[in-house]
Unconditional design. Structure first.
Length: 83
């Protein structure tokens, strides 16, 4: 496993009432969600980055208002019409 070190001021951690470890885990999750949303990581790889199972990752996307489906509104309507 690779280690990435990020330097940050203490004030944001105090404002968020988080430890460095807790904040690091949250950053991993936020990065995983965003990279998945942008299509840069598959759900499986994003789940690995977040440190959880694929199913747990997909279920947690709702909390971040991210759809687990990568379809445009037009594609979704077409699928509904064809169902």
């Amino acid at each position: 496993m690779q280690i990435v070190t990020i330097e940050l001021p203490e004030e944001p951690l105090l404002s968020l009432k988080q430890t460095a470890e807790g904040f690091g885990q949250e950053l991993r999750m936020l990065a995983a969600v965003k990279l998945f949303e942008l299509g840069r990581l598959s759900s499986g790889r994003a789940a690995q980055l977040a440190g959880m199972s694929r199913v747990a990752f997909l279920l947690s996307l709702e909390k971040y208002e991210v759809s687990p489906f990568h379809m445009t509104e037009e594609e979704l309507e077409r699928d509904i019409d064809n169902a």
